[in-house]
Write a protein that binds this ligand. Structure first.
Ligand code: XGP
Ligand code: MG
Length: 218
């Protein structure tokens, strides 16, 4: 294991919940039956694709301009919520894992579908741990396509087989696996069915666990 490539929302911090609340508020306004279960499909998916998934719950047609306006409305609400993010919002064990990885000389990258990711890393005061943050505006194919994780590995100069990817979303696990990396899923076995290794909480993620699981992979 030469590098670990992290997802952000739901792995580094619990902003996945804020995305849900912001999308929920938009869906309520549009009278669409959006719930937590359906929200699983939006995890790891870009803003416009997430909006399309929500609009598919109804049968109203919107123009592109209206869609951009709706996506903006959600993003403004989301940005209001993340203004309050502080280092105390790092998920359990994440900062000590980042420290351990750096000390062991393992490279670290971020592969998030969110355009808000650099702002959140700054709010959490962890940007300095990352050797590379993938610029999602340059990614053509979102998760589950492997492009974002492959770009992370290429920017770090590491072979995909020497990388571990950490995700909380089904689309993300698929992206890691099709990139040819070892996939660690944070969540329940039902949500993380395709992961190589599943942990219920980020507090279980340690250098030792990642290294030995990667070394013993099938
Ligand atoms: P951005 C976000 C999406 O809006 C959200 O639906 C996804 O769950 C999230 O990315 C995945 O990390 O993208 O609107 O913050 O750019
Ligand atoms: Mg996520």
């Amino acid at each position: 294991m030469k590098a670990v490539i992290f997802d952000l929302d739901g792995v580094i911090t619990d902003t996945a919940e804020y995305h849900y609340l912001a999308w929920k508020s938009l869906a309520d306004e549009l009278g669409l039956p959006f719930d937590k279960e359906y929200n699983e499909k939006l995890k790891g998916v870009s803003r416009m694709e997430s909006l399309e998934l929500i609009l598919a719950l109804g049968n109203t047609e919107y123009t592109d301009e209206e869609k951009y306006q709706l996506a903006d409305q959600k993003n403004e609400l989301y940005k209001e919520m993340i203004k309050k993010v502080t280092p105390a919002d790092l998920l359990p064990g994440i900062e000590s894992l980042l420290k351990e990885l750096r000390e062991a000389g393992i490279l670290i990258a971020l592969a998030s579908a969110s355009k808000n990711a650099p702002f959140i890393l700054d709010r959490l005061e962890v940007t300095h741990y990352f050797n590379h943050v993938v610029d999602v505006t340059q990614i053509k194919n979102g998760k589950p396509d492997p492009e974002i994780f492959l770009t992370g590995a290429a920017k770090l100069g590491v072979l995909p087989a020497d990388c571990v990817g950490v995700e909380d979303a089904e689309a993300g696990i698929e992206s890691i696996r099709s990139a040819g990396m070892y996939a660690v899923g944070v969540g329940t076995p039902a949500q993380m069915q395709k992961a190589d290794l599943i942990v219920a909480s980020t507090s279980e993620l340690t250098l030792d666990l990642l290294k030995s699981s990667h070394a013993n992979r099938a």
